[in-house]
Design a protein around this ligand. Sequence first.
Ligand SMILES: Nc1nc2c(ncn2[C@@H]2O[C@H](COP(=O)(O)OP(=O)(O)OP(=O)(O)O)[C@@H](O)[C@H]2O)c(=O)[nH]1
Ligand SMILES: [Mg+2]
Length: 479
Amino acid sequence: MGIGRKLKGWMGEERAEALRERLHEVAEQSTERHLRLAVTGLSQSGKTVFITALAHHLLQAHRSVSLPFFEVAASGRIVSTRDLSPTAPRPFPLQSALARLAQEPPAWPASTEDLSEVRLAIRYRRTAGLRRLLSETGTLYLDIIDYPGEWLLDLPMLTLDYAGWCAQQAQLFAVEPRASVAEQWLAQVRAIDWSAPADRQQIRDLSQSFADLLQQLRADPHALSLLQPGRLVLPGALAGDERLALFPLPVAEWPAGGWPPGSGGELLSQRYAGYRDDVVKPFYTRHFARFDRQIVLVDCLKTLNRGEHCFDDMKRALTSILQSFNYGRSGFLRRLFSPRIDRVLFASTKADHVTANQHHNLDRFLELIIQDAQRDIRFEGIETRCLALSSVRSTQAAEAQVDGQTLSCLRGWRKSDGEEVALFPGEVPTELPRPQDWNDERFRFIDFAPRRLPLNDLQAKHHIRLDQVLEYMMGDLFR
Ligand SMILES: Nc1nc2c(ncn2[C@@H]2O[C@H](COP(=O)(O)OP(=O)(O)OP(=O)(O)O)[C@@H](O)[C@H]2O)c(=O)[nH]1
Ligand SMILES: [Mg+2]
């Protein structure tokens, strides 16, 4: 009996087909490899800037000296990198992002409003030992998607029904700062009989005021992260869609037998199920279910500026989002049927907002934010690491003399007004600040405008540790 028939007998047609396909892929891997890298991060955490810088440095890696700790590049083994993004259905706007960073004065890319993809093919020379066994060169295909951070917040909704989601939201809205900001809206919702026939206009209006509330909680001074539904904050192509007329019902008594047919409660339950199944689920299955490795970008300095609520909320948001991914050792057989993330890097972005002697502290502070998520992931036997990075380094180190002492300072252009400043940005704590420390305006890390990123002639000074990130995420694949 042929091997194909045998396989079918053992495992059924569908699995045998999957196995055959995978064996074919594995055979091809002697010359080609594929890496799907998940860049995960809340809104404004630095995803787009990171993806832009990473693609830019990789596309120049064969002729620049910008990545000294990325072995395959530093040893001159990268032959060439091609940008295959234009072949993707929705290409990542790399050229326009680079043009903004290279213009005078340079500007950060705009906040992302839709999904897009980067595809790179990296041709490299094999290490000496493998050259004798395999071909002289190999190719690594790298896929990354970019998306608005707000949408990521919907992933945890996949495992909840409407009642479960409402209970969770009721808990969140019972404490500050949500409780005060939403006080009026909550009173309005609670005064309505949700068993009565649905009033569609009323639901539309309440949904609009809920969306306004979410915007308020997202902005300063609160800067909260765990804001759902994400499309209410950033609708993208769904702007004005009736399916988004949706909000939680934080009501005390939930009818035992469910909401009566035709009631407002029933309509909202249906809208929630529709949103979860038609909007969130396809986004997840198409783009988040199959990744090999993950980098989680976190803006730690923002939480230090904004205080304890912001810290707690970001921690909760990241922990629940990361529960949506598949982690596990990707042994050969396991990978045949369900690819899993086998390596995770947590990165504290915008490390150029602090002096170099604070980078270690930034690594440690990041550990505090992601400790719960990291514990869950490590439990699955997955390797993780924390690292502070800057994708586009925008400050320069400087020194100042104060009372006869030399202080490390930063020099750069302030993001808010473009003014050139030299300042001592302060220290990053390595332990959770005490309540009084959060409150006394101890932390005031400022945002910087970008320093011009050249289109050619990239150097190591244009980033902080981007090369270490690349080495950790994919160095082992260039053998
Ligand atoms: N100084 C400095 N600032 C950075 C760096 N990366 C990001 N930023 C700042 O962070 C802001 C947000 O970065 P983005 O890359 O657009 O963030 P995002 O995660 O894509 O945000 P959304 O698209 O809104 O989800 C930028 O406008 C910069 O102000 C960096 O390497 N250095
Ligand atoms: Mg973005």
